[in-house]
Design a binder for this molecule. Structure first.
Ligand SMILES: Cc1cc2nc3c(=O)[nH]c(=O)nc-3n(C[C@H](O)[C@H](O)[C@H](O)COP(=O)(O)O)c2cc1C
Length: 343
């Protein structure tokens, strides 16, 4: 199903640009565009250069949540807002007073309109994260000629994904940078198994083609994932510092800064666990941050924008997988070629 063993993972929030996808594709990877956080119009614009190039590529979407925050989560959200106001004040930013209805496009992440776009003008592959797409939608995409991939973080999630009729699974380990794909309680938590061990466990449980992701820093890491039974490996963090990546310069620089000595899973920035370099914001707010995605994302957005404008990485979401120290700057094609040459 995958014609190359290396996949350029989707990175929403600006990191995956069309230029990055084109560069990684040109060097021999299969590239994913990042549909998360975008409206359908913004997604169409993001995809236009890829469509114009006439290449096969994937599009990744966020599956919206199925239930709103509980009363206690809402109370924790209000308390968190108060807690953040001091940090926000330091940057002259406000923490919005935010209650999101379930049908708010920000909660739905423009789900229906983006699916309409991808059904009307199909792409080679669509992957989902943060949950499972309904069986009906998987079937509609497949009928349109699109292969469908579900992201999972455990054997239980893999089994649940198989039931939806998808064509392949992205098996994401907790060492991955950015948000966890986990959608079942307890899945995706920091575990002792390595990525190859997780891939092998999923391989033993299901027959679908697998892609392994999380913490891949070298060709040797890719080989270990392939040996464990995956058809391909996906890299994210390894591409963040490249020339074509749209990550903020502060983020790119932080990945090469010896000031940062570790990563951690934190809900502090968005309300959903995500792996980031440990900076002041992660240290100060991880314990109190509520389970309320995407509310916390929108709560912290003005503060993060103001910190970025002030060239201050202390309050930025510096997403990073466990292999961050190996991330190289320079052309993305060079990064891809180095991985592929080592296989
Ligand atoms: C900055 C950043 C943004 C990400 N955005 C997405 C996304 O939009 N959708 C998704 O499925 N995964 C996203 N991920 C996860 C990657 O697709 C991939 O699973 C992960 O980067 C692999 O682990 P690694 O970063 O250690 O290579 C993101 C990761 C990073 C670092």
């Amino acid at each position: 199903m995958f014609i190359t063993p290396l996949i350029a993972a989707p990175m929403a929030g600006g990191t995956t640009t069309a230029e990055l996808a084109l560069a990684t594709h040109g060097a021999g990877a299969f590239a994913f565009a990042a549909g998360g956080y975008k409206s359908a119009g913004q997604l169409a614009t993001h995809l236009a250069p890829l469509r114009a190039a006439g290449i096969d590529f994937g599009v990744n979407l966020f599956v919206p949540r199925t239930s709103p925050p509980t009363a206690s989560e809402s109370a924790a959200l209000a308390a968190y807002r108060t807690e953040l106001s001091e940090t926000a004040g330091r940057y002259g930013a406000e923490v919005p007073d935010l209650v999101l209805a379930e049908d708010d496009p920000r909660v739905q992440d423009y789900w229906a309109e983006k699916l309409d776009l991808l059904l009307a003008d199909p792409v080679a592959m669509v992957s989902f994260t943060f949950g499972l797409a309904p069986v009906r939608i998987v079937a509609q995409l497949q009928k349109a000629g699109t292969q469908v991939v579900a992201s999972v973080t455990s054997v239980a999630e893999a089994r649940a994904a198989v039931e939806t009729g998808v064509d392949a699974l992205l098996v994401q380990h907790s060492s991955a940078g950015g948000h966890t794909a986990a959608f079942l309680p307890g899945a995706g938590a920091a575990d002792t198994a390595t990525l190859p061990e997780l891939v092998a466990a999923v391989r033993a449980a299901v027959t679908l083609p697998l892609v392994g992701a999380g913490g891949i820093a070298s060709a040797a890491d890719v080989k270990a994932v392939l040996a464990a039974g995956a058809e391909a490996a996906a890299i994210g963090t390894a591409l963040i510092r490249t020339a074509e990546s749209g990550a903020r310069p502060l983020h790119k620089d932080a990945l090469a800064d010896p000031l940062y000595t570790r990563t951690a899973m934190t809900r502090a920035f968005t309300g959903k666990p995500a792996r980031a370099l440990v900076n002041e914001f992660v240290r100060d707010h991880s314990e109190s941050a509520p389970h309320a995605y995407p509310e916390v994302h929108f709560l912290t957005a003005p503060l993060r924008a103001a910190a970025s404008a002030a060239q201050d990485p202390r309050a930025l979401n510096l997403w990073a997988g466990s292999g961050w120290k190996s991330a190289q700057s320079g052309p993305a094609a060079d990064v891809i070629k180095e991985f592929l040459q080592g296989l």
